[in-house]
Write a protein that binds this ligand. Structure first.
Ligand code: HEM
Length: 379
């Protein structure tokens, strides 16, 4: 094959570009680059201005793969973690958001009003009706009503109840109520103390409740007399005194409330201080409520705990009122263990008759004893 060679004389010599042309090209290039830099980012707006739905839909349907991942995380889908345990692979439990709304927008907003409402009712009752006084002046004759263990258990439970109520309400609405008073740092300190006090006293209170149930259940079984007591409204709005045995029907209702609500409050409280206990529950017991010990269980337990304990606190105000400012001579019974014979006759007539029949009324020191026990009210 023959090759064609070109002589150097035939080589085309490009004419040299003039300086002015070079500058023009450089200027247009810079202007072009700047124009693109401004116009290209605005391209997406053209979709809107052009009103081109088809393009817009196309742009909208472009899915970022990371958003699917985070959507799944937000929906509570579990992932992998080296920490093995209940729900450890779950980064976000979506039920928590619902629970928080129920807690903040319903429980914290309305429940404290139960306590305030009861306080107002009792105050009005006291202002209108006054103290429930003894008809007869105490003569000094006494009857033993509560032994030292009864009183110890009652006061340990009562004092821990009050401390639990104050710290519990601080945890529920303290942020709104106490930050304006204590400031943020002061409230943070009190909130931490509240949690510790609540967690320590909760078990003490639970033991007290169980002991009260075991020791006093025998006095609190319903009887026919209770119906009469209810028919007469417990004597709350009349001058008459309805019949009663050792405990009247109102006290029996209080006792059963303490039993049922008390146990429910203690169990739901324990569920909250012992999360993830579900791993310790044997398979055969998994049908039991709250057996899994998961976060949804704890959220439900918290709602039940808050509703019951604030409702109970409201009713407890009634019990505290009756035991102190409301009834002459009642507090003496739970503080010294002894009540006056006149108090017993007025509020627990059938019990008084039975004690008298057994000759167990304690006469005052220095008086003659007619078949009754020797006076020693302080013994
Ligand atoms: C400062 C608060 C309290 C006072 C002044 C108080 C006063 C009294 C009094 C005077 C009695 C004896 C009533 C009687 O002899 O018939 C009594 C009984 C009782 N109290 Fe309290 N109490 C208080 C708090 C509490 C609390 C917080 C609870 C429960 C958590 C409670 C549970 C009981 C029970 C179960 C009885 C026996 C009722 C029965 O067996 O039917 N008390 N209380």
């Amino acid at each position: 094959m023959a090759t064609q060679s070109t002589s150097p004389s035939e080589t085309k010599v490009r004419p040299k570009m003039s300086g002015a042309r070079k500058r023009r090209i450089a200027l247009y290039s810079v202007l072009g680059i700047l124009g693109m830099a401004f116009i290209l980012p605005l391209a997406s707006y053209s979709v809107y201005f052009l009103g081109n739905d088809a393009i817009a839909q196309d742009v909208g349907s472009a899915v970022n793969p990371r958003s699917n991942y985070w959507r799944a995380v937000k929906e509570g889908v579990g992932g992998y973690t080296a920490v093995q345990g209940q729900e450890t692979g779950v980064l976000i439990a979506p039920g928590g958001t619902n629970w928080q709304q129920v807690r903040d927008n319903t429980l914290a907003k309305y429940l404290p009003w139960l306590v305030v409402g009861m306080f107002v009712i009792l105050l009005l009752y006291h202002l209108i009706h006054g103290k429930n006084k003894l008809d007869e002046k105490p003569s000094g004759r006494k009857i033993k009503r509560w032994n030292w263990l009864d009183r110890l258990v009652h006061w340990v439970t009562a004092i821990s109840f009050i401390a639990l109520a104050i710290t519990g309400v601080s945890m529920l609405i303290g942020k709104t109520l106490l930050i304006p008073l204590l400031g943020k740092a002061g409230f943070a300190l009190w909130a931490q103390a509240s949690i510790t006090i609540h967690n320590v006293l909760g078990p003490v209170f639970s033991v007290g409740i169980v002991m009260m149930i075991v020791m006093w259940i025998w006095h609190n079984f319903p009887s026919a007399t209770d119906l009469q007591w209810f028919k007469q409204g417990g004597g709350l709005f009349s001058k008459t005194h309805p019949p009663a045995g050792r405990m009247n029907a109102g006290e029996k209702v209080w006792f059963w409330l303490v039993t049922i609500v008390g146990l429910a409050v203690c169990v739901t409280g324990l569920i909250m201080v012992a999360p993830v206990y579900g791993i310790a529950i044997p398979a055969w017991a998994e049908f039991l409520p709250f057996a899994s010990g998961t976060r949804p269980d704890m959220q439900q337990a918290m709602v039940i705990h808050a509703v019951l304990s604030l409702g109970w606190t409201a009713i407890a105000l009634g019990h505290i009122y009756i035991g102190t400012a409301g009834t002459e001579g009642a507090f003496e019974g739970m503080s010294t263990g002894y009540v006056s014979a006149e108090w017993a006759k007025q509020h627990h007539d059938q019990w008084f008759d039975a004690v008298e029949a057994k000759g167990k009324i304690i006469e005052p020191e220095g008086t003659s004893q007619t078949g009754t026990a020797r006076a020693s009210a302080t013994s």
